[in-house]
Every structure is written in structure tokens, then in C-alpha cells.
Design a protein around this ligand. Structure first.
Ligand SMILES: [Zn+2]
Length: 352
């Protein structure tokens, strides 16, 4: 990772040039930067081998538009925007039949397109949503991740009054919890091994908080749900133990803590092959489901959720750094959130 002078980006048709105000590494980017296998690991490795030096990463940001290209209709210079990261290609059979949220051919900002760990970036209009004046730059940098959490909660198909358990209270776990709460969830049980995350969940509206370093979370969830298990579980804690994540333990606990016929929403990335008890899921009619790619509608919904105070992001933003020189430090903190007692990824303010 190094700081380089690059040409000021040019404006293209259907694109805007924007000044980056605040940017944060995603947890996935922080893992990739430190060589920990996760989403797109092989793709990024190949890119570094064949195209280095290359301007990588940076899809969680708030930016101000300074120029709009031909054909851009929704934005003007001066508008503040946030983005979704994964874009539809616009050309495949899925995109042409209004199922672009399932397209896997389109680019990801910061992976195939230059990302926003830079003072200026060219961004496609289809990625962007307006940010309300009452949302700070810092909060707006969290909207991409929040839009993925909205997609995750939609996938859960929560019915009014459903009991919910969340394993893992990092930023996405806390987001899923708050979105589920305003989407009809009944009893909400939040679970983590870190006391600071447990405290944050209490503050953000969990009905019950279980510190799983001290209490068996499966027993606790069953006790709180009349012995049945939760209707819906969000598994947000799995992944590399090298980063303080839970390995597969929380996935196995989710299977034991969900009721028969219930839903487990897989938010975590494991980065490795895992053994999985398919017959047990078959026997108990469990559904282990995964969110679709978030759409522009999801992103616009996040703006409403935050501007109306229904989802609170500010309490989880614990580490804010100043200036582009501090980007490597932000990656370090985000890759070791437990060590730094961070909840949201560490942010970098590039411009006031
Ligand atoms: Zn497509």
C-alpha cells in the first residue's frame, strides 16, 4: 500500500467526477489487503500480479460531485452522494429482464473500477444516491454497507412478531439488528463475545444481549423463545479466527439456535471450504439463505432509514482519522477491530 500521484480522473458519459469527503475500508478489503482469503481473493491476487501498481479498493464513501458527464440526469455539481458497490452489467439476460440484482457480470467499485481511496474519482451514475443534508459525511460513508444489510434483512422474509437472533455485533450485525427492528421483528436477541459490542447492541435497541464468552448462546436463545429457537437468525460473526472472527462456530450455533423451519441468513464470508451438516438442515426443514446484491432502491431506503433516525450509525463509528496518509492505519484498525476496540471500520476524512 503506497501513496501515489495519479492523473485527475476524466469525466465519462453516464459518470460523474467526485471529490471524496470520507472513506472507509470494508472488512473484506481489510482482509484482502492483509492476504486473508475471503470474497474475490483470487481475483484481486491475479490483478495485483498482472496489473500492479493499481488503484484498488474504496467503495464505502461519501463524495461531493464536481462535474457531471453527458447523459447524467439525476445529479448536479455540489450534490453529496453515497454508492452501492456491485453494479449490474446492464446487458446480460438477467439485466435485460429486470433482474439486475442477480447479475454477476457487472463491475465492483474499487475492484474492477478505480476506488475511492483517492481525492477524486470517476463514478457511474447508476451506483449513486443523494445523501440528505441531515446525514453527516461520516454516516454517509456507512450507507453502502447498510444497503447490503437492507438486502440481507429483505432476504430473511421477516413476518410481524418473528423472534430474531443476531450472531456477531460488528457493523453489519448492528445494522441488520436495527433494520429488522423497524421491519416487524418481535423479540430481538443480540450475541457477541466483545463487551463493547454487547453494550452498543443494548444502546441500539436489542431486547436481550448475550455475551457468548460468558454464556452458552444456544441455551440462551432457546430459553428466550420458549424452547423453540429463534424464527430468524442473522449469522454475522463467521470468518477467519486470525482476525478475531468466529470460524464456523457461530454458523453451527445458528443451526442449533434456530427453530425448525426457520431461516438462517448468511452474512459472513468464510474464505475457506467448510464442513456443513446438510442432512440436519434437511431433517429440520431449515433454510440457509444469502442476500442478493443490493439495489439502488435498497441504497435509497438506507438514506431514509438514517435521515429519520430509524437506524443509528453514529454510535458505532469509533475511529475517525484525518488525511489520505492515514489510509494504511485505517486498514490496520479495520483488519483488527477487536484489538483496537473498533466497531465500524476506521474512517478517513479526506476533505472537510
Ligand atoms: Zn447483467
Amino acid at each position: 500500500m503506497r501513496l501515489d500521484e495519479v492523473p485527475t480522473p476524466a469525466c465519462l458519459p453516464g459518470h460523474v467526477v467526485a471529490e471524496i469527503l470520507c472513506v472507509q475500508p470494508s472488512v473484506t478489503e481489510a482482509q484482502l489487503a492483509f492476504g486473508i482469503p475471503t470474497l474475490a481473493y483470487e481475483r484481486i491476487k491475479r490483478r495485483l500480479e498482472t496489473e500492479a501498481p493499481v488503484q484498488l479498493f474504496g467503495h464505502e464513501f461519501c463524495a461531493r460531485i464536481i462535474e457531471t458527464g453527458p447523459g447524467v440526469s439525476r445529479f448536479r455539481p455540489g450534490d453529496r452522494v453515497a454508492a452501492r458497490a456491485k453494479l449490474p452489467c446492464g446487458d446480460c439476460p438477467l439485466c435485460r429482464s429486470e433482474r439486475g440484482h442477480l447479475c454477476r457480470r457487472g463491475p465492483i467499485i474499487g475492484f474492477q473500477l478505480p476506488g475511492c481511496f483517492a481525492e477524486y474519482a470517476t463514478l457511474p451514475e447508476i451506483a449513486l444516491a443523494h445523501v440528505d443534508d441531515c446525514i453527516s459525511d461520516s454516516e454517509a460513508a456507512c450507507l453502502q454497507s447498510l444497503s447490503d444489510s437492507v438486502a440481507a434483512v429483505e432476504t430473511a422474509g421477516i413476518r410481524l412478531g418473528d423472534s430474531i437472533a443476531i450472531f456477531g455485533l460488528g457493523s453489519m450485525g448492528l445494522e441488520c439488528m436495527q433494520i429488522a427492528r423497524v421491519s416487524g421483528a418481535g423479540r430481538i436477541i443480540a450475541i457477541d463475545v466483545r463487551e463493547e459490542s454487547c453494550g452498543m447492541a443494548r444502546e441500539l435497541g436489542a431486547d436481550h444481549v448475550i455475551n457468548s464468552a460468558q454464556n452458552d448462546p444456544v441455551v440462551a436463545v432457546r430459553d428466550l423463545t420458549g424452547g423453540n429457537g429463534a424464527d430468524v437468525i442473522f449469522e454475522c460473526a463467521g470468518g477467519s479466527p486470525k482476525q478475531g472472527l468466529a470460524g464456523v462456530q457461530t454458523l453451527m450455533q445458528s443451526i442449533d439456535a434456530v427453530r425448525s423451519g426457520g431461516v438462517i441468513v448468511g452474512v459472513s464470508w468464510f474464505g475457506v471450504q467448510i464442513e456443513f451438516p446438510v442432512d440436519l438442515l434437511r431433517e429440520r426443514s431449515l433454510r440457509y439463505v444469502f442476500p442478493d446484491i443490493s439495489t439502488l432502491e435498497h441504497l435509497e431506503h438506507t438514506v431514509r432509514l438514517v435521515s429519520t433516525g430509524r437506524v443509528r450509525l453514529k454510535p458505532a463509528i469509533t475511529h475517525v482519522l484525518q488525511g489520505i496518509d492515514s489510509v494504511p492505519k485505517a486498514f490496520e484498525i479495520t483488519a483488527s477491530k477487536g484489538k483496537y476496540r473498533a466497531i465500524n471500520p476506521a474512517q478517513v476524512i479526506l476533505c472537510q
